[in-house]
Design a protein around this ligand. Structure first.
Ligand code: NDP
Length: 279
């Protein structure tokens, strides 16, 4: 597909964006699906976000939003999806013929799809420990509840943030664990790491799995070239574990589908992600 005057521009807006795998994943998908688009990453200051999102959308394009702008982006969109309204964050936007900016948070769908392929059986009825209370944790909590999780305990370094997330999204099914020690001897079907621990090479695991009685499986939202500390700690005890690579691919696939209204070539996107991790 060659770039012409009618090619749609889809742009990742964030700061920083230099580490992002999204351009590799999306351009591979655009080419495989033969859609007329090009995907770029642009470092964007907070004050410029509104102008970029409106301008790109009105020009027939759209894009993704990454750190630290996902919450601000939610206030820019004219038509917010239920996921944007419930999480207060937007990671995908596009324009319509009336010049309105649409927004979705495909981290929720990405998490749900990754969860569905990772847990054995249905996630309905499971008991979960969720570590973290930032944007990724909000998406995971909404996804877990929509998939029918029975109970989600949230632990975060800053307990007040965990309480705010539980209040906003959790309803009756989410509770806050003020200290990890208080979970000693508890059992969970799934533990999800939605903290940043693991992004840094020397980061410790966010959890000592040995304090818990039984853990069915462990899902890290962090992705890295090497095995993450959380996955390593789980596997050392024989617990089935996965990192955030599949969620990354699945949220990208969901964004592709919002822009192009056609199924995403997920296999191509997964291969592009793995290729760029190996590079
Ligand atoms: P946020 O900055 O919104 O939240 C960061 C979270 O990490 C907070 O809960 C914070 O706790 C916690 N945290 C930070 N440092 C520490 C520490 N030293 N010890 C314990 N907890 C800590 O980030 P996001 O929620 O947007 O992202 C979190 C992770 O999820 C990132 O690694 C990101 O790459 C990943 N992610 C993966 C996606 C995927 O598709 N796989 C999609 C989105 C995110 P506190 O509140 O106390 O500061």
């Amino acid at each position: 597909m060659s770039v012409t005057a009618s090619t749609r521009a889809l742009v990742l807006l964030g700061d920083p964006v230099g580490h992002s795998m999204s351009p590799t994943i999306q351009n591979a998908a655009f080419s495989a699906a033969d859609v007329d688009g090009v995907y770029l990453a642009v470092r964007c200051a907070s004050d410029d976000l509104h102008g970029f999102m409106r301008g790109l959308s009105r020009a027939g394009g759209g894009g993704n939003i990454t750190l630290p702008h996902k919450e601000k982006a939610a206030s820019v969109v004219d038509v917010a999806s239920p996921a944007v309204r419930r999480t207060g964050a937007c990671n995908t936007f596009w324009g319509d013929e009336d010049g309105r900016v649409h927004g979705d948070n495909t981290d929720v769908d990405g998490f749900r799809r990754a969860l569905g392929s990772f847990v054995e059986g249905s996630p309905a009825g499971i008991r979960v420990l969720l570590l973290g209370a930032g944007g990724a944790a909000r998406a995971a909590l909404m996804g877990l509840l929509e998939e029918g999780a029975d109970e989600v305990l949230i632990f975060n370094r800053t307990a007040e943030r965990a309480r705010a997330v539980a209040r906003r999204i959790g309803g009756q099914k989410a509770r806050v664990a003020p200290v990890l020690e208080g979970l000693r001897s508890e059992s969970f079907d799934l533990v999800v790491n939605a903290t940043r621990l693991g992004l840094g090479e020397s980061d410790p695991s966010p959890l000592d799995f040995e304090i818990l009685n039984r853990v069915g499986a462990a899902m890290d939202l962090v992705y890295a070239k090497k095995t993450t500390p959380f996955v390593r700690a789980a596997e050392a005890l024989g617990i089935r574990a996965t990192d955030g690579g599949e969620m990354l691919v699945q949220q990208a696939a969901a964004s592709f589908e919002r822009w192009w209204s056609t199924p995403a070539p997920v296999e191509v996107m997964r291969a592009a992600m793995k290729g760029s991790q190996a590079g």
